[in-house]
Design a protein around this ligand. Structure first.
Ligand SMILES: Cc1cc2nc3c(=O)[nH]c(=O)nc-3n(C[C@H](O)[C@H](O)[C@H](O)COP(=O)(O)OP(=O)(O)OC[C@H]3O[C@@H](n4cnc5c(N)ncnc54)[C@H](O)[C@@H]3O)c2cc1C
Length: 374
């Protein structure tokens, strides 16, 4: 009898895990992937969408092209997860599994920051980025706050990319001198995992006249005013925010979370339930919430499942990933990070360059090809 693998979520983690199991088992795989959406959008594409460089329709990758031997993708919304019984209910039915992998990502808690939806804008969701695409061309000047409303959040350098791209966008439109940009971050530096990347970002902020306020969080928005956790009030004409993150409601209601996220055994990503794993942004790994870390978690879980099915070797979670930073002027920098294979964090930094853009394009092309056959 085949062993049924149920993967919840077809994001970076879920798609990579399904792909690895299909590669190893072919038609012998019995893998069901459930996702509520029609298409996948790379997180970084939202920065391009908000600044009008592309549209969601251009960058969206339809799940209809995610076709692999032994894998079935169903478009349904998950409404409950019984981890102990490895049973999942959706708006379309009930699924039982021998191995359950929860890869549902992180959602946004808009209510956690009063005034965010009424007085500001967020650029971390498809909908928020798309709204800004139509709103930004009508912006004519004034103080701008790029503000983070909670930690942890996805892609630590993402908000820096927004601030830098904003600078170039306003310059191209000839209104940069009519705007002040303040960037509010809860972190001690724009990229704590790579001191060199952080320093280069801070140098660019200085060069481009972007004011950085570190170790501050936006806690409330009033009309045209952002209020920080130390009481500082920042007037704005435009607020571009990163909302506070939380696991999807169905994960919280399943009772799997503790201290906000889903606790796991870091080397294996197994939850407190045998054969139930959590990977990607919802797992309490302490590592950056980023697609490439979800992929390395998927690699480890694929080996655990394959080991149980066919005796292959288990690869522990390597905690490896690449953080890519778009400078908004054609240059891209990136840092290759390795948190778990050695005694301490290893970071290989690649400064901003046009060649970095080619690297990013390769990153994108590889995944389009691997997951969507294009
Ligand atoms: C602006 C921005 C820039 C970024 N840049 C990068 C970058 O350069 N490199 C990088 O590696 N990462 C980047 N990221 C982060 C990256 O997008 C996430 O960390 C990554 O997607 C996490 O993968 P995941 O598999 O955990 O979850 P996700 O990819 O978010 O997938 C979760 C899936 O679960 C589904 N789902 C959720 N709830 C339900 C439900 N109830 N029922 C059914 N389906 C459900 C969702 O539809 C989604 O498809 C960026 C993110 C943003 C916002």
């Amino acid at each position: 009898m085949k062993s049924r693998v149920l993967i919840l979520g077809a994001g970076f983690g879920g798609m990579e895990l399904a792909t690895l199991l299909s590669e190893a088992l072919g038609e012998k795989a019995d893998v069901t992937v459930i996702d509520k959406r029609d298409r996948f959008v790379f997180g970084y594409s939202r920065i391009d969408v908000m600044f009008g460089k592309t549209t969601l329709d251009e960058v969206g990758l339809s799940y209809a092209s995610f076709i692999k031997p032994g894998i079935r993708l169903v478009k349904e919304t998950i409404t409950s997860i019984d981890a102990e019984a490895k049973r999942v209910t959706t708006d379309g039915g009930t699924y039982e599994a021998d191995y359950l992998v929860i890869a549902l990502g992180a959602d946004y808690d808009m209510e956690a920051t009063p005034g965010l939806t009424a007085h500001g804008n967020e650029f971390y969701s498809d909908e928020g980025a798309d709204r800004l695409r139509t709103l930004l061309p009508g912006f004519t000047g004034g103080p701008i706050v790029v503000g983070i409303c909670g930690f942890p959040y996805k892609c630590p350098p993402g908000p820096s990319e927004c601030a830098l791209t904003l600078h170039h966008y306003l310059t191209e439109r000839g209104i940069r001198e009519d705007c002040d940009i303040t960037f509010v971050s809860p972190l001690s530096s724009p990229m704590p995992a790579s001191a060199e990347m952080a320093q280069a970002l801070m140098n660019s902020f200085e060069e481009f006249g972007i004011r950085l306020l570190r170790q501050r969080t936006v806690v409330r928005l009033e009309p045209s005013m952002a209020v920080l956790d130390d009481g500082t009030e920042l007037p704005f004409s435009l607020f571009l925010g990163v909302p506070k993150h939380q696991p999807p409601k169905v994960v919280i209601e399943s009772g799997l979370t503790e201290d906000d996220w889903v606790p796991i055994d870091l080397p294996t990503l197994e939850t407190r339930f045998t054969d139930v794993y959590a990977i990607g942004d919802m797992a309490a790994t302490g590592l950056p919430k980023s697609g490439t870390f979800a992929e390395s978690a998927a690699r480890s879980v694929s080996t655990s499942i394959l080991a149980k099915l066919s005796g292959a070797n288990v690869e522990r979670n390597t905690g490896t990933g690449t953080c890519i930073v778009e400078y908004g002027d054609g240059r891209v920098s990136y840092a290759e990070l390795d948190f778990l294979t050695g005694p301490k964090l290893e970071a290989i930094y690649h400064p901003p360059s046009i060649a970095g853009k080619t690297f990013k394009q390769g990153f994108d092309d590889t995944r389009r090809d691997r997951w969507f056959n294009r």
